[in-house]
Design a protein. Structure first.
Length: 462
């Protein structure tokens, strides 16, 4: 495979402009009022895949948002790479914290991205990273170098739990047969420290509701005599961690995979500066489970976090009220061997059991998924390693990530195929946050590296 560099140089502006057009469509899967835009984005992805050289592209209907499926089969005896990505994005709020509107992409230079970065919701997660694959395909087809078969499966519900994709995968084993799944929806350590993501955490996401009195009450007339559901909820949540920041739910750690000393030592070799980490977040200290490093806490250890909490009066000024209800959204990040449905059950039982009789508690599970770890001694990893060596001039470091792409474990279960996670984002790209961006350098580097993966994977498969 020839270097894609000259082709990228020649087409750079078009590659950027096409992505910018895609980023202008607010494909927010969580908010039903954006339904038309989400569907429009699926159409745009379909066109892009057709233009890039897919032979057939379909919009596959599901109970939820459609899946864009495309393929180019050049020879049935050659290997097949299945590319997965998502065209939906996270809601952009809080809007007031964006320096420019989230769906009006702008290019700005930053310290980390002196060549410029595209600022927009979805720039990195995942439109920018997904689109690298479309442009990599364009490069390979237009220069007659596609070495194997390729399938694309781009979904529109990743940010809300991928339930329709699960539905689709279960019904389309035949259509989706492949030799490896390739995903760019994660990050790398730094621009000069390429890494391959070898693990994703699992997830259990729940919503809790605590009900006190049957209506909001005057906090003077009733205060002190009835349970305030916000006070109670705060207390219950606080009790979910002990003084060592370990989670107190009985059985929570029972199945947690413990890494050996050697594995932990290997992990600790990855370059990391705690000082820079703290500075970047403007925090005086880190915080987490006793006995583990920062990098361990956010990758190989399970967690429990409140993602949102509300109830009572939050308008202007003061209103004296004991609310009837209080709510919280809670996520638990899980590690290999923990089963998300079992953890959801353990959480529910425990949360109900710690509530005083003065309140009622309701736990509603949202979604979840299992953790995933890739071995590093299989062809897929080796091919990715060679690809990075070629384009970065450095051997990439295997790194387990703290994020979740729940569908990856399901791919393995349903399709019996392994996934290779070649992410080109940086932690500082602010995914899910205001001012999300994606470095132009990273975008183009991804387009350059992906064809090399196709080449080495095909070679190693022979
Ligand atoms: N692309 C992210 C996951 C990710 C980002 C993994 C960076 C590793 C590094 C994905 O879109 C995402 O946000 N996943 C959700 C889970 C989903 C069920 C909502 C997550 O991790 O919160
Ligand atoms: Mn993503
Ligand atoms: Mn995301």
């Amino acid at each position: 495979m020839k270097s894609a560099k000259p082709y990228i140089q020649e087409n750079k502006d078009r590659f950027l402009n096409e992505l910018i057009e895609l980023l202008k469509i607010p494909s927010i899967s969580a908010d039903p009022s954006y339904k038309e835009d989400v569907l429009k984005t699926a159409e745009a992805v379909k066109k892009a895949l057709e233009n890039a050289g897919c032979d057939t592209v379909e919009i596959c209907e599901t109970p939820g948002y459609p899946i864009v499926y495309g393929e180019k089969i050049i020879d049935k005896t050659l290997p097949t790479v299945l590319v997965y990505g998502h065209y939906d994005v996270q809601p952009p709020d809080p809007l007031e914290l964006w320096d420019s509107p989230p769906f009006e992409p702008v290019i700005k230079k930053t310290k980390t991205h002196p060549d410029g970065a595209i600022f927009a919701r979805g720039a990195c997660d995942d439109k920018g990273q997904m689109y690298m694959h479309v442009k990599a395909l364009e490069y390979m087809t237009s220069t007659n170098q596609l070495p194997c078969n390729v399938k694309f499966m781009i979904e529109g519900e990743e940010e809300v739990g991928s339930s329709s994709l699960g539905w689709f995968v279960k019904r389309n084993h035949e259509k989706l047969t492949n030799d490896i799944i390739l995903i760019s929806d994660t990050g790398m350590i730094a621009k000069d420290v390429p890494s391959i993501t070898t693990g994703l955490r699992g997830l259990s996401y729940v919503e809790v509701e605590v009900t006190g009195p049957n209506r909001d009450l005057h906090s003077g007339l009733y205060g002190g005599a009835v349970a305030n559901p916000i006070n109670i909820l705060a207390k219950m949540i606080a009790s979910l961690h002990d003084e060592n920041n370990r989670i107190t739910i009985p059985g929570f750690y029972d199945k947690v995979e413990e890494l050996t000393k050697a594995e932990r030592a290997k992990m600790a070799e990855a370059p990391f500066s705690l000082e820079n980490y703290k500075n970047a977040l403007d925090i005086a200290d880190v915080y987490g489970e006793k006995g583990y490093t920062t990098n361990e806490r956010n990758s190989i250890r399970p967690t429990l976090d409140v993602n949102g909490i509300w109830g009572g009066y939050i308008g202007e000024g003061a209103k004296t009220v004991i609310p009837s209800k209080a709510y919280a959204k809670i996520s638990m990040r899980l590690v290999p061997n923990q089963d998300w449905e079992e953890i959801t059950q353990l959480f529910t039982n425990h949360f109900e059991s710690i509530a005083p009789r003065a309140v009622k508690v309701k736990v509603t599970p949202h979604h979840g998924g299992q953790a995933y770890v890739t071995p590093i001694d299989f062809i897929g990893y080796k091919a990715a390693e060679k690809a990075y060596e070629k384009t970065f001039g450095k051997t990439p470091i295997p790194q387990r990530s703290g994020g979740s792409i729940p569908i990856v474990a399901l791919f393995e279960k349903e399709l019996k195929s392994k996934t290779i996670l070649m992410g080109f984002g940086l932690d500082s790209d602010a995914i899910h946050s205001p001012n999300e961006h994606y470095g132009i350098w990273n975008y183009l580097k991804g387009i350059e590296t992906i064809p090399q993966f196709f080449h080495f994977f095909t070679e190693l498969k022979k």
